[in-house]
Design a protein around this ligand. Structure first.
Ligand code: ZN
Length: 182
């Protein structure tokens, strides 16, 4: 199945449709305008359509449930931000071998936010245990922070297939669209 990147009328990221038929329906209903297509064509009895890769909603969709996908310290977000490296010893991590470490431990009131979570290898995480880095005699290589726009896009695009990623990125670069306005 071919997914489609859906932008709000403001050109900010809105969603991704999992099935091409959903994106095509938006276009046929006049609710969205395609600004990038895949080469693939689908045919009905009367017409043929190129599959939309990126569409822009004609009217702004009220972000009643504002997408918080990249505000929470998920493994993916933390690992991408920290370059898949343990922030204490620098060991390379994978999604499987890495852990999330709460700099100020949760048991001591540390919040579960990007500003308090770093990527850590299992042994550093175990060594640090219920301490602050200072108490454990460990030094953070970088201070945890929220994601930059680039990291958010990277986070989003990591979830999609290569064909989708390159098509979307080409489109965003060509049009100069920023998915998240400041
Ligand atoms: Zn480590």
């Amino acid at each position: 199945m071919t997914r489609c990147l859906v932008l709000n009328a403001s050109y900010e990221y809105l969603s991704i449709t999992e099935r091409w038929i959903d994106a095509l329906s938006l276009v046929i209903a006049g609710k969205a305008t395609p600004i990038e297509h895949y080469p693939d064509v689908v045919r009905s009895a009367r017409a043929s359509f190129q599959l939309p890769a990126v569409v822009v909603m004609r009217h702004q969709v009220r972000a009643t449930r504002r997408r918080r996908v990249f505000d929470s310290p998920t493994r993916k977000a933390v690992f991408i931000r920290d370059g898949f490296a343990c922030q204490y010893c620098g060991t390379r991590l994978s999604m499987n071998t890495g852990t999330r470490d709460h700099v100020l431990p949760r048991s001591r009131g540390g919040p579960d936010t990007l500003a308090n979570v770093v990527a850590a290898c299992r042994s550093c995480n175990a060594r640090k245990d219920n301490c602050t880095p200072q108490e454990a005699g460990m030094v953070l290589r970088t201070q945890p922070r929220s994601l930059t726009e680039d990291e958010k896009i990277q986070c989003l695009l990591k979830t999609v297939r290569a064909k989708e990623r390159s098509t979307w990125l080409d489109c965003l670069r060509r049009t100069g669209i920023t998915l998240w306005a400041a």
